[in-house]
Design a protein around this ligand. Structure first.
Ligand code: ZN
Length: 400
């Protein structure tokens, strides 16, 4: 289902094609979040028009509401939300364990949901996790088989195995024991899927191991030795970008030796510099709340490395800025001439229109960045193009 079509010979970067039940995904690619079966504020055709071929929905949230039975009754998550292209579903492990582990991982990876009630974990056992629902306070259970059954009912193209996402603040001992359990859960997920998984759904294993070199390597080995179709990298990846890039390097170096032909997904990472670093290290797909969440808060992605590629339109400096976020940007917001002054005013007034416009701009930027990186790999110019983006170059102007 995955084919590498071009490799950069000066790094691990590669361009490929994923052939999934609902169509083809060209990689490297960014995957926008449709956590609760909606890319917040946008219609699926708008997401598609920006050039996206894959989105990520969340097993945990859809399990609690509206429930996987209802989504199955509607014909699966793609049909339910009117997105005709492939969907990847997160296993729910991250959300279940976030309730017990606090927010360290959320802060670092930006996957938290500020202001949302998060429920609570009642017990973590070999069988799975018992927790209290944040919706109605009811006691619920999720284990490897539950997660796979929910993902089977959702009918996603890619299912992720149920894992424990260990946060940074736990001991090495805890991370080691947890990673071993995650490996046992991997086997249980694959066994369940073998017997009951829907035809056409592929399964990704997840590499854990925290920030410990030997644990990451061992986890990469174990997952590569399993029968999974693809491999995701999860967990806390470090306390800063340098450490995160190092952990990804360890993992992809192992995967390049032991599972070179299987696709790799990096969970929860989406800053511009991290996307470039991830592609350079051989990651094929990425998901992250960042571009859409920043958009809803009026923060636009721009080609300014010194400001972490961000500009906060809610700041007073934009009050009289009667020009678009980027006059040359082909996104629906900039090309229609919506100005920073207008967006500044409308974001502060909590207008949904402004949240939508900045979200569209951000997703357009990231889609064009990934497309340009992909093209650079196929044209043997990846290091030069990556260096240009790191120095503040803007992705190509043509849309999609
Ligand atoms: Zn724009």
């Amino acid at each position: 289902m995955f084919r590498v079509i071009s490799r950069d010979d000066r790094s691990l970067a590669r361009a490929g094609e994923l052939d999934l039940a609902h169509g083809r995904v060209r990689s490297p690619a960014f995957v926008p979040l449709a956590t609760k079966a909606a890319v917040k504020g946008l219609e699926p055709r708008e997401v598609e028009a920006l050039g996206y071929e894959l989105i990520l929905a969340n097993t945990f949230h859809l399990f609690l509401a509206p429930g996987s039975e209802l989504v199955e009754e509607a014909g699966g998550v793609n049909r339910f939300m009117r997105w005709e292209r492939p969907v990847i579903t997160d296993s729910g492990g991250f959300q279940v364990f976030s309730m017990g582990h606090g927010t360290v991982a959320d802060e670092i990876k930006g996957r938290g949901r500020p202001g949302e009630r998060t429920g609570s974990v009642l017990a973590i056992e070999e069988e799975g996790v018992r927790f209290r629902s944040y919706i109605d306070g009811r006691e619920r259970f999720m284990g490897p088989e539950t997660s796979m059954a929910v993902q089977a009912a959702l009918g996603s193209d890619i299912a992720l195995v149920f894992d424990e996402c260990t946060p940074l603040h736990v001991t090495r001992e805890y991370t080691a024991r947890s990673t071993e359990r995650t490996h046992r859960w991997l086997e249980r997920c694959l066994r369940w899927h073998d017997g009951h998984g829907p035809a056409g759904q592929v399964v990704y294993g997840i590499v854990q191991g925290g920030v410990e070199h030997d644990l990451r390597r061992e986890s990469a080995h174990t997952v590569a030795a399993s029968a999974c179709d693809g491999i995701a990298i999860g967990g806390s990846l470090g306390q800063d970008k340098a450490q995160m890039h190092e952990v990804v390097s360890w993992t992809t170096a192992e995967l390049d030796r032991h599972a070179p032909e299987r696709p790799r997904h990096l969970l929860g990472i989406g800053d511009v510099d991290d996307l470039i670093a991830g592609v350079e290290r051989g990651i094929d797909t990425f998901d992250c709340a960042m571009p859409t969440r920043l958009g809803r808060h009026g923060v636009a992605i721009v080609s300014d490395p010194s400001a972490r590629w961000r500009v906060d339109l809610a700041k007073a400096a934009h009050r009289h800025a009667h020009e678009p976020i980027d006059p040359d940007c082909p996104c629906p917001a900039c090309s229609e001439g919506f100005t920073r002054a207008y967006l500044h005013y409308a974001i502060r007034a909590h207008e949904l229109t402004a949240m939508r416009l900045v979200t569209l701009h951000n997703l357009s930027y990231i889609a064009r960045l990934m497309r340009d990186l992909r093209q650079a790999i196929t044209e043997d110019r990846f290091p030069e193009v990556a260096a240009a983006f790191r120095a503040g170059a803007t992705p190509g102007r043509s849309a999609g």
